[in-house]
Every structure is written in C-alpha cells, then in structure tokens.
Ligand binder design. Structure first.
Ligand code: ZN
Length: 574
C-alpha cells in the first residue's frame, strides 16, 4: 500500500488557526456520495471502481475534517456559541454519515472487483466492512440513540457532582488532590466523601446500567446475536480473538500478575510507613510526594522538543510539525472541556493533541502517551483509506504506552532528581493496573451474559472479582464499596462496552518494547516505527507480529513479561 489516493502530505504546512471551517452540506454530500456509489456499483472496469472509490473517500474525508475542526474548537472553548451549535449539528448528522458508510461497505463486499481491491488494500478493509455490517441495521437506529442518551446521562450525572468536604466544594476530578494528601486523615475523609456521593446515587447508577443492558441486549437480539457479548466484540472490530481467548488471558493475569501486584502494595505500605494499606492509601505511593515537572508549560514543550529531536529523525520531524502547525492545545483554562484526546484532521494530514496541563506528572504523560498516538497517526496518514489511519483500540494503545517507555531516557529533562521515582511509579502503576483492567472486562462479560441479573447480583459479581484480582484491597468497612459498588465509577462500563481489555493487552505489548529498548534500542525503535507506519492496515495480532512482539495470548507471554517487570522493580531502591 505505497500509493496515495488523496493526501495532504508534502503540502506547505498551515497552522491550525488557519484551518477553514464550514458546516458540511449534508444533502450535497449525500448526493455526491450516492452518485459516486452508483458509479462504483455499476463500474464497467476496475479502473472506474477505483476512481469512484477515491471520490467516496474524498467525501468522507471532507466531512470528518469539518467534524474534527469543530470538535477541537468546541472543546477548546465550550462557551463559544457558534461551535456549540455546530457540535449539535454533528450530533444529529453523524448517524446519517454512518449510514452512508454502511452503504459503501455493502457495495464493497458485493463488488466483482473485490479480489483486485483486496490485492491493493489488503484484507483488513474487508474485515472492517463485514463487522460494520453485522453491527448495524436501520431498524436499530432508535435503540442506538437510546443507548447514546443513557451513556450521556451517566456522564452528566458525574459531571455535575458537587462534593462538600470541610466547607469546600469539589467535583470528581478536583477531589483527587485531597485523596493524595500526605495526611492520612485528609485522604480518608476525601475518599469517604467521594464514595458517599456515589452511594447516595447508587439507585440512579443502577437504573442507567439496567437500561443500558436491556437496550444493548435488545439490539443484539435484533441483529441475530444470543446476547450483547458477541456484538460487543464485533463493535470493537475484533477479528482474531474471542471471549474464550480473553478468559484465558485473564487467568494468566490472575496467576502471574496478581501475586506481583500484591507484593508491590506490601512494599508500598512499608515505603510510606503505614501499619496497613487501606483503599484510601493506595494512590499515596511516596512519602516525599508524587514527582512534579520542574517548569511551566512553555518550558515543558521546549524540553519535549529537545527530547523528540534527540530520540529519532522521525520524531523530530513529527514534533516540529506539531509545533509549527500549533496542533497542540495543552494547558487548562476556563471554559475548556476536561480530559484529553488525540484526533486527526484528514484533509490537512494533521494530528491534534488536546489536554489540560495542571502541573502534575500527568502533564508529561500527555506528551509521551498522547504524542505516541499522534506519532502513529502521523506515520500512517499516507494510507489511502481512512480505516487505516488508526488501528483497533487494542493495537492503538501499544503505540501510546510504548512511547511512554521509549522516552524514559529523557525523563531527567522534566523531573531532574525525581526521575528514579517517576520511572518506578510509572512501571509500578502499569503492572498494578493489569488486575483491575481484567476485572472490569470480566465484570462486563458477567453483565451481558446474564442480562436478567439485577443490581444486587451484579454487585456480588464485582465483589467476587475484587477478591480474585485485587485481594490486597481493604475498604475499611465502607458499606457501599464492600457491597460491590466500586465499578459504578468506571465510565467505560457505561459508555464503551468491552473497551477495557484493550489496555491490558496493549500494556503487555508495551512492556515488551520497554524490555527490548533496554537491550537493543535501534532494533526496538525500528520495529516501533514500522508498527506506527502500518496504522490500521492489519488486525491486532498481525500488527503484534509485524512489530516483532509476542502475542499476549501466547502461553508464557504474560508470565515472562510480568517476571521481567517484577525483577526490575525488585532491583530498585524504592
Ligand atoms: Zn491512549
């Protein structure tokens, strides 16, 4: 796939402020699209089919370009009335755009030129087309809207949280600072206040989730699935593993990572000098406090420029492109949406990074994790079909989590004499996340395999999973948490079903890059760049093989990876 159908690559670079936005004319787009689709369907030759396909992708790219410019400007200032209205326009228009895409997929699978197109574009495009058709029919549109509405209801419920603690009012993000306080009393009070807020609304959270399970099960059955679980895998575009394989992977985590994580929590308890580690002590990792970057955002970007300049020629070009195009909106300010993301502006060939710097080590994580995503999409923007700009989520997170490790040698630029603490905390956090990650996955299997289970059974299932995967955890008598309510804080469970195992699979891959980078940087980096350039042109396991990594499903892979990480942690003087 060396040829380029359409691309902004090689054009004179413009800055984001100069990117022109205009509301897409959906009727005009739809006409153009269906004209091209008719030409594609009736193509008398492969050349005509190919030409029509290029036109279809041009139409799609233009729509997505406007969508992304709008998203970035709307989240950059949520008080801007113009982009708020444009954002509403896209909320209404996106389902129609999805329908166009689905009609193209149907034609793609039926074309007599399928073999020639598969030779040119590879099998993955056809797999994506097949899975997309399996997960959509016009009859389910109203149910999908209902599903989105419920997921938004959950987000809104959490977004308006007001938690009062000793006279101060916090939201679910700002209370975190108190939960990390060196004073254990403050931590305990803050955590109690947070979970009391959840406990008081547990009925609401249960109702929303009940309705989500009900509507998702209904959609699945309309599409011919026995329940939502297999549809969840289809929606995640998983082509090379099933629920049985994932269950074996979780078992490996239970056997090889849970004991290691337990040791790490015990070591943490000793390090911070506590008699016992309660749930509100878990994020208090260092008595000296969490490492913090040594300068302001401007200074941080300067250091990042030096880091990516030294790391490789590829990252140097990439990061200059990001800076010169002003493709990063990093610092928190009034009116800006919370959180962070990386997206891609098709017609400009430009990634964009959005975040909310707040002076913690999380600011540096943005410049390694989100920049890993951005570097990947920048490296694969030459692909002529937009399905290949990004891979599926399981593979996506390999790029970002591995970049976090490839940049380790430059962390002293940001953290100075706190670097050892930063790196130890990073690796420790990554390994102790795995058991929680698989617990969230197994919980979702329970919920959708047993759609008639009520809130109480679900909470019991969660409690049982905590005993298996998080045996160190002590809720100190908190009734809501001991009753199995913790999962209600995990937004993926509500909004993005079955999206979670992806982080754990990718983490096992990223650990392998961490290990290989320490043994032979040049070889590991070359494999990483090749992986980034492949984009989404292959399935998860094909990409893993292409990068010279072991499949996380291979017998022994989890055990070997965990043992390497465990050994390194053991050797550190922490
Ligand atoms: Zn990510």
């Amino acid at each position: 796939m060396k040829e380029v159908i359409f691309s902004a690559v090689g054009r004179q670079q413009r800055a984001f402020v100069d990117f022109k936005y205009e509301r897409p004319d959906i009727e005009g787009l739809s006409n153009h699209f269906y004209n091209a689709l008719d030409r594609f369907r009736a193509a008398p030759s492969y050349a005509v089919a190919e030409e029509a396909m290029q036109e279809l992708y041009r139409q799609r790219a233009h729509f997505m370009t406007m969508y992304n410019i709008c998203l970035i400007r709307h989240t950059g200032d949520t008080r801007d009335a113009f982009y708020e209205a444009e954002n509403d326009f896209f909320d209404q228009t996106l389902p129609r755009f999805e329908e166009l895409k689905t009609d193209f997929y149907r034609a793609l699978l039926a074309t007599p030129y399928r073999n020639q197109l598969a030779d040119r574009w590879g099998a993955q495009l056809f797999r994506i087309a097949e899975l997309s058709l399996k997960s959509f029919r016009p009859e389910i549109l109203a149910d999908l809207q209902e599903e989105n509405r419920l997921a938004s209801e959950y987000d809104k419920l959490k977004a308006k949280a007001q938690i009062t603690l000793n006279g101060d009012v916090f939201n679910l993000s700002t209370i975190e600072v108190r939960e990390l306080d060196p004073d254990r009393n403050v931590r305990r009070q803050a955590a109690t206040a947070r979970w009391d807020w959840f406990a008081e609304r547990s009925g609401e959270f249960d109702r929303i989730f009940n309705e989500l399970v009900r509507v998702r099960t209904k959609v699945a059955r309309q599409l011919g699935f026995p329940n939502f679980t297999p549809l969840g895998y289809v929606r995640m575009l998983r082509t090379d593993y099933d629920a049985a394989k994932v269950a074996r992977f979780r078992n490996e985590i239970a056997r090889h990572v849970v004991p290691l994580a337990r040791r790490q929590y015990e070591r943490q308890r000793e390090r911070v000098g506590l008699d016992h580690l309660y749930f509100y002590d878990e994020n208090y990792r260092f008595a000296e406090g969490a490492p913090r970057p040594l300068g302001d955002p401007h200074w941080i970007i300067e250091q990042a420029g030096r880091m990516y300049g030294e790391l490789s020629a590829e990252t140097d070009t990439f990061f200059r492109f990001m800076r010169e195009g002003q493709l990063m909106d990093l610092v928190a300010r009034d009116g800006k949406a919370t959180g962070g993301y990386c997206t891609f502006i098709d017609d400009e060939g430009a990634p964009f990074i959005f975040s909310n710097f707040n002076g913690t080590n999380g600011d540096i994580d943005v410049l390694t994790h989100e920049a890993g995503h951005a570097f990947q999409v920048y490296s694969s923007r030459h692909h002529g079909v937009s399905e290949y700009f990004w891979p599926t989520y399981d593979a996506c997170e390999i790029h970002s989590m591995s970049m976090e490790f490839f940049t380790w040698p430059w962390m002293q630029l940001f953290f100075g004499d706190q670097t050892a603490r930063y790196q130890y905390g990073h690796l420790n956090g990554a390994i102790t996340f795995l058991p929680y990650g698989v617990a969230v996955d197994e919980f979702q299997h329970f919920a959708y395999d047993n759609p008639d289970a009520g809130p109480q059974q679900r909470n019991q299932a969660w409690s049982a999973l905590e005993k298996r995967y998080l045996p160190h955890r002590d809720y100190a008598g908190n009734a809501y948490l001991e009753g199995g309510g913790y999962w209600q804080k995990q937004s993926h469970i509500y909004g993005s079903p079955f999206y979670y195992i992806d982080y754990t699979l990718a983490q096992i891959c990223a650990f392998q890059f961490w290990q290989r980078d320490r043994q032979d940087h040049a070889a590991a980096w070359a494999d990483y760049v090749r992986l980034c350039q492949a984009g989404g042109g292959k399935s998860f396991l094909e990409l893993v093989a292409l990068a010279g990594l072991r499949s996380p499903f291979d017998p022994g892979c989890v055990a070997d990876t965990a043992s390497a990480v465990g050994q390194w942690l053991q050797q550190q003087d922490m």
